[in-house]
Design a protein around this ligand. Sequence first.
Ligand SMILES: *[C@@H]1O[C@H](CO)[C@@H](O)[C@H](O)[C@H]1NC(C)=O
Ligand SMILES: *[C@@H]1O[C@H](CO)[C@@H](O)[C@H](O)[C@H]1NC(C)=O
Ligand SMILES: *[C@@H]1O[C@H](CO)[C@@H](O)[C@H](O)[C@H]1NC(C)=O
Ligand SMILES: *[C@@H]1O[C@H](CO)[C@@H](O)[C@H](O)[C@H]1NC(C)=O
Ligand SMILES: *[C@@H]1O[C@H](CO)[C@@H](O)[C@H](O)[C@H]1NC(C)=O
Ligand SMILES: *[C@@H]1O[C@H](CO)[C@@H](O)[C@H](O)[C@H]1NC(C)=O
Ligand SMILES: *[C@@H]1O[C@H](CO)[C@@H](O)[C@H](O)[C@H]1NC(C)=O
Ligand SMILES: *[C@@H]1O[C@H](CO)[C@@H](O)[C@H](O)[C@H]1NC(C)=O
Ligand SMILES: *[C@@H]1O[C@H](CO)[C@@H](O)[C@H](O)[C@H]1NC(C)=O
Ligand SMILES: *[C@@H]1O[C@H](CO)[C@@H](O)[C@H](O)[C@H]1NC(C)=O
Ligand SMILES: *[C@@H]1O[C@H](CO)[C@@H](O)[C@H](O)[C@H]1NC(C)=O
Ligand SMILES: *[C@@H]1O[C@H](CO)[C@@H](O)[C@H](O)[C@H]1NC(C)=O
Length: 750
Amino acid sequence: MPLLQSYIAPPLARDIALAMRSFIQDFTNRAVFCLGAFLASTSLLSDGSQTTMGIAAVNAQTQYLLGLGIGDITGPVVETNMMGYASLAQTDTGLYMRQRSRAWIVADSSNSSNRVVMINADIAMGDTGIRRSIVANLSATYPDLYNNANIALISTHQHSGVGGYLENLLPQITSLGYVKETADAIVAGTVKAVLMAHDSLAPGTLSVGNATVVDGNRNRSPSAYLANPADERALYEYDQDKDLSLLKFDDADGNARGFLSFFAVHGTSLYENNTLVSGDNKGMAAYLYEAMEQPDVMPGNNTFVAGFTQSNVGDTSPNTLGAYCESPGESYDGMLCEFNTSTCGGATEDCHGRGPAFEISDFASNMIIAQLQVDGAQAIMNGTASTAPIEGNVRAVHTYLNMTWHTFTLPNGTTVQTCPPAMGYSFAGGTTDGPGAFDFTQGDNSSQPQNPFWEIVKGAITPFPDAEQVACQDPKPVILNTGYAHTPYNWSPGTVDIQMFRIGQFVMLIMPGELTTMSGRRMRNAIRTQLIANGIVGDDAYVVIAGPANTYAHYVATQEEYGVQRYEGASTIFGQWTLDAYIDKYGSLVSYLADNATGAQPPSDEAPPDLTGEAISLRTGVVFDSAPLFKSFGDVVADVQSSYTSGETVFAQFIGANPRNNFRLEQTFLSVDQDVDGAWTMVRSDSHPSTTYNWTRVDTITGTSNVDITWTIEDGTPAGTYRIQYFGDAKAIGGTITPFVGTSSNFTVS
Ligand SMILES: *[C@@H]1O[C@H](CO)[C@@H](O)[C@H](O)[C@H]1NC(C)=O
Ligand SMILES: *[C@@H]1O[C@H](CO)[C@@H](O)[C@H](O)[C@H]1NC(C)=O
Ligand SMILES: *[C@@H]1O[C@H](CO)[C@@H](O)[C@H](O)[C@H]1NC(C)=O
Ligand SMILES: *[C@@H]1O[C@H](CO)[C@@H](O)[C@H](O)[C@H]1NC(C)=O
Ligand SMILES: *[C@@H]1O[C@H](CO)[C@@H](O)[C@H](O)[C@H]1NC(C)=O
Ligand SMILES: *[C@@H]1O[C@H](CO)[C@@H](O)[C@H](O)[C@H]1NC(C)=O
Ligand SMILES: *[C@@H]1O[C@H](CO)[C@@H](O)[C@H](O)[C@H]1NC(C)=O
Ligand SMILES: *[C@@H]1O[C@H](CO)[C@@H](O)[C@H](O)[C@H]1NC(C)=O
Ligand SMILES: *[C@@H]1O[C@H](CO)[C@@H](O)[C@H](O)[C@H]1NC(C)=O
Ligand SMILES: *[C@@H]1O[C@H](CO)[C@@H](O)[C@H](O)[C@H]1NC(C)=O
Ligand SMILES: *[C@@H]1O[C@H](CO)[C@@H](O)[C@H](O)[C@H]1NC(C)=O
Ligand SMILES: *[C@@H]1O[C@H](CO)[C@@H](O)[C@H](O)[C@H]1NC(C)=O
C-alpha cells in the first residue's frame, strides 16, 4: 500500500510569523495522507465509476434529521491556570484562538424521539459537573427530547485551554481550586452550540469513511506497547492507530453540512511553556476546515461544522520527531531520551518530545499536525476516499458504574475486581509531552512554586494505602491514594459514565478515560464482536472510540502495559483490570442498542455527587483597573509602523484592562480592519491564527496593564489601508464595568 510520508519541509526562521507564512504557501500543494488498506487493496479509487455508484447509493439511503452547531466556550484568558499539563507555572496571559464547543444531533426521521447529541468541546477532558449542567439545561428546555442517556460530552483533549472547571479535586490543585467562571463559560457556550444544532435540524443523510494519516502521531511509550503479546502486535502495522474515521453529514440534496471525525493524537502540540489560550491541533484543524468551507465568515459564525474528536489517545503524541534530551552541557544533550524510562541522565525533566516543525516553533508544529488531520478529513469528504452510507436506527445507552471494588468475570471464567482510584509513581514523573507534571507532590519544598491550595488539601491524602489496596493495585506502587481521599471533597471520580450511541451500523463507544492504542483496539474489537454476535448490527458494523468524555477517569492501559508502569499505566487509576471491566460492561449493554430496544435504560449505580457546592476556590477576582496618569484605557502605547509587506508582523500596544471583566464570548478582543471603499471592515478577529492577544499586568497596586496585539500578514493579503482595534472592558473601584475601544494608526500593506 502506498504510504506518503512527507510533510512540509521545515522553513527557516523561528516564530509564529514564519509558521503562518509557510503554512499558507504550502497549503495547496501538499499530499500528506494516504488511503486505508481497504481502499488500496480493493482499488476502488482507480475505478472512475465508483464515484457515480457512491452517489446513487447515497440518494437511496435512509434519511435522518440532522443538526449542527457551534458555540464559544472561552473562559478567563488571563490569571488562570491552563488545563492539561497540570503545571502550576502555566498561567494564561492571553489568546491565540478561542475554544469552541461543536454539536451534532442525529434523530431517526421515523421517530425523532430517538436521537443522539454528540458534543465535541475544545477542552482537556469531559467532566461530570459540566455535563450535569448541560444535561440539566437541555432536558429542562426540551424534556421529551434530551436526557442523561443521549447527550455525550467529548473533549478534544487539548492542553492549552483555560483550566479550573473540573469537579474532582486532583485536577484542581494547579488551578488553586475550582474556577466557576471557566465552568460557566463552557456550559453556556456548549448549550448554545446544541441549541443551534437543534434549531438547524433538517432531513439529510449520513455516511462513514476513513483515511490514513501516517505522520499525525507517534507512540510516546513504545516500551510499554512492546509488553503486549507479540502475536497481537503482529496484527497491526503500527504501534499507533493511523486511521482517521469520519461521519459525514449531508443535506437532503447531498450537499455537505459538516462532519465529525475521530483520530487519536494528544492535544500537546503547544508546549507547557505556552501561555496563550488555544484549541491545540484539533481546535486548529476544525478552524482550518471551517475557514476553507466558508472563507468569508469570521471564526465561530460558521454554519459548516467540522469536528475533530479525540479517540484512544492514551499513548499517542503529536511530537512526531521523538523525544530528545535538552540538557545543555551534558554529554547526552540533543540525544534521544533513554528508551524504557524517557529520562536524560536519570531524570525526566530534560526529556522533551519534538513536533514536526521543532526547528521553528511549537506553533508551527501545531499547524502541521492540524493540517494532516484536515487533509485526511478532506479526502473522505470530497470522495477521494470512499464512504459507506449509514442506514438504520438511532439508539443511546448510558449508565453509571462504581469502579471501587467492582467485581466481574473475565471471559475465561476468572473473577477479578477493580480498585479504589490511585496514582502510581510514574504519574508524578509526567510524560515526554510534559515532563514532571505533578511535581507539586513534593509538598512543602520551598524550591517548588508556592501552592496554597496544596497546603490546604494535602493532609487529606493517605500516603500509605492499606494492604487490600496495595494488593489490588499491584504492581503499581501507589503515590497518591486518591480513592481514599474524600476531604474536603472527592479527589478522583469513583463512579464513571458508561455510554454508547448507535446510528445504523455506526457505533460510538464514549469512554471516560484515555485508552492506549492497544486498549482501544481490544475495546473496539470486543464490542464489535458482541454487536454482530447479538444481531444488533451486521458485518458492516463500524465502531469508534470517543473520549476522554463525560467524566475524567484518567488512563486505561492494557494489563500488560500496566505491568510496565510508565505514565499511562501509573495513571490507570482503577488497577490492572480497568480495561477488562470496561469491555465487560460495555459488552453487557449492547442489547440496549438493538432495533427493538424501547429507550428504557439499564439499572445504574448511583450518579456521582455534585461537588461544586463545596468546591474551594482560592483565585481572587479582579479588584479594579486603572490607566496611568494622563492616559486613558485604549490609548496607544506603541503604535504600528506606517507600512508593511506580507510576512511581516504588525505590533501595537495599548493601555489595557483585565479581560476577565468581560470574556466577550462570541465576540472578539481585537480586530484587524481594512478600509474597503472608505468604510472599515473587520477582516481578522482574535480567533484567526495570524493574530495574538497578550495581556500584561504593569502594576498590581495601581491596577494598570498593557495589551499587546500582533498580526502576521499572510501571503495573499490584499494591498490596502488597515488598522488594529482593541476591545476592552475596565472595572472601576466601585465595580462598574465599562467597555472601551483602542485604535492604532492606519498602516498600509503592500
Ligand atoms: C440554558 O442555557 C441558556 C444559555 O446559557 C440559557 O439562556 C437558558 O436560560 C438556560 N435554560 C435553562 C432551562 O436552564
Ligand atoms: C476503514 O474503512 C474500511 C472500509 O469500510 C474498513 O474495512 C476498515 O475497518 C475501516 N477502518 C477502521 C479503523 O475502522
Ligand atoms: C518552550 O519549550 C520548548 C521545549 O522545551 C523550547 O524548545 C522552547 O524554546 C520554549 N519556548 C520558550 C518561549 O521558552
Ligand atoms: C528496556 O526494557 C526491556 C524489558 O525490561 C529490556 O529487555 C530492554 O533491554 C530495555 N531496553 C533498553 C534500551 O534499555
Ligand atoms: C480532495 O482532497 C484531497 C486531499 O485533501 C485533495 O488533494 C484533492 O484535491 C481534493 N479533491 C477535490 C476534487 O477537491
Ligand atoms: C462504590 O462502591 C463502594 C464499594 O462497594 C462503596 O463503598 C461506595 O460507597 C460506592 N460509592 C458510591 C458513590 O455509591
Ligand atoms: C484468565 O485470564 C486472566 C488474564 O489473562 C489470567 O490472569 C487468569 O489466570 C486466567 N484464568 C484462568 C483460569 O486461566
Ligand atoms: C527540596 O529542595 C532542596 C533544594 O533545592 C533539595 O535539595 C531537596 O532534595 C528538595 N526536597 C524534596 C523533597 O524535593
Ligand atoms: C429484542 O430482540 C431480541 C432478539 O430477537 C430478543 O431476544 C429480545 O428479547 C427482544 N427485546 C425486546 C425488549 O423485545
Ligand atoms: C418513539 O421512540 C420513543 C423512544 O424510544 C418511544 O418511547 C416512543 O414510543 C416511540 N414512538 C412511536 C410512535 O413509536
Ligand atoms: C506577553 O507579554 C509579556 C510582557 O511583554 C512578555 O514577556 C511575554 O513573552 C508575552 N507573551 C507572549 C506569548 O507573547
Ligand atoms: C485612516 O483611514 C481612514 C479610512 O481610510 C481615513 O478616513 C482616515 O483619515 C485615515 N487617518 C489618517 C490619520 O490618515
